[in-house]
Design a protein around this ligand. Structure first.
Ligand code: UD1
Length: 359
């Protein structure tokens, strides 16, 4: 019998990480073959090729070279190109990891050609429809036949939306990837390269549209990180989108130690010896926990509520968040004078001690 064929669609950095353990598991089985397609969404070598090299991913069969433009334009171009690929390859199933524009385009292309879809990392919800990823997740889950959830929370989220069939809690493939890379990341030279010693620094990453597409929001994050940098070194591998905005808006990073985006192994080496993590990334929040490093998530909600409940993660702008402002409750620095004034006035109205009582 001919091998079953899975067509996996990847395009952005976190998808390479999620696809790698699956590709290895497929390679270890007989009777099943993978066709890996890269949409081209992430194209800088530091955002793409290095992950293939370090995670042992085979080069993609096809790279569609689609990136940039608005979300609709990018997703539309991917859909058109992926439709041609799916017609050509006629896979038995299309696998889409994560929640990027590439995930949604892959799911749509397959659904319209009546090919079953497996969504890897199904059921995640931030309940914030302003996030492009939330739209991608909700729609991809709707279209999928097999919903491969990383946690029980994700299963419950799907059940609340009436999605029950084909739902499986398989555990988190990002944890698989972290376990795979544990030994290899020991060989990373990143601490020496950046002149760092273990546990003397915190690690920050910022890339989400909600953090980077609004000057005030990005300025607030930079200011927060600059304040953190007064107490300890803040290592900040800068995503290309964030770098563009920082330079366009002339934001001053002050003492923050900015560097190029890091590969998977260097990132994990840095994570392992950090004292804290500040991030708006879903993946990095969890990876901080994998290395037992406390995290502040630079958002007002998270999909990974388990990390909050277990005390490893805290929302920068959670329900009890208030922007930093002066507290008037502690007076004006003249409390003592006021106290003495009151005491003195009080005493003036009292009979003097030692003076004879007047009858
Ligand atoms: C995408 C995903 C996000 C994921 C993130 C990881 C969507 C909606 N978002 O966001 O879920 O967490 O990837 O990084 O799919 N760019 C470069 N070089 C690159 C990659 C991007 O210059 O290698 C530029 C793009 O041209 C664009 C900007 O960075 O101007 C943003 O890239 P894009 O792929 O649109 O979104 P991400 O922010 O990376």
């Amino acid at each position: 019998m001919a091998d079953l064929r899975i067509l996996t669609v990847v395009g952005a950095r976190p998808q390479f990480v999620k696809a790698a353990p699956i590709s290895r598991a497929i390679a270890a089985r007989n009777g099943i073959r993978e066709i890996l397609v890269h949409t081209g969404q992430h194209f800088d070598p530091s955002m793409s090729q290095i992950f293939f090299d370090e995670l042992g991913l085979e080069p993609p069969r096809l790279d569609l070279g689609i990136h940039g433009g608005g979300h609709g334009e990018m997703t539309g171009k991917m859909l058109a190109a992926l439709e041609r690929v799916v017609i050509e390859e006629r896979p038995d199933l299309v696998l889409v990891p994560g929640d990027t524009n590439s995930s949604l385009a892959g799911a749509l292309a397959a659904a319209k050609l009546d090919i079953p879809i497996a969504h890897l990392e199904a059921g995640l919800r931030s309940f914030n429809r302003r996030m492009p990823e939330e739209i991608n997740r909700v729609l991809t889950d709707r279209l999928s036949t097999l919903l491969l959830c990383p946690t029980e929370t994700a299963v419950v989220n799907l059940r609340r939306e009436g999605i029950i069939d084909g739902v499986h809690n398989i555990g988190d493939v990002m944890y698989d990837a972290a376990c795979f890379a544990r030994a290899a990341s020991q060989r990373s030279q990143i601490l020496d390269r950046l002149g760092l010693v273990e546990r003397s620094y915190a690690l920050a990453t910022v890339h989400r549209a909600e953090s980077t597409e609004n000057k005030a929001a990005l300025a607030e994050i930079v200011e927060f990180l600059r304040r953190q940098a007064r107490d300890r070194i803040i290592v900040f591998p800068v995503h290309p989108r964030t770098r563009k905005r920082i330079s366009e808006w002339r934001l001053d990073l002050g003492d923050i130690m900015a560097c190029e985006p890091l590969g998977y192994l260097d990132m994990h080496r840095l994570l392992r010896s950090a004292v804290a993590v500040f991030t708006d990334s879903g993946g990095v929040q969890k990876e901080a926990y994998f290395h037992k490093v406390p995290c502040v998530t630079l958002r007002s909600e998270t999909e990974w509520v388990e990390t909050i409940k277990a005390g490893w993660n805290r929302l920068w702008k959670g329900p009890d968040y208030a922007p930093r402002r002066e507290i008037c409750a502690f007076g004006d620095g003249h409390a003592a004078e006021r106290a003495v004034e009151l005491i003195s006035n009080f005493m003036k109205c009292q009979p003097r001690a030692g003076s004879a009582p007047s009858f």
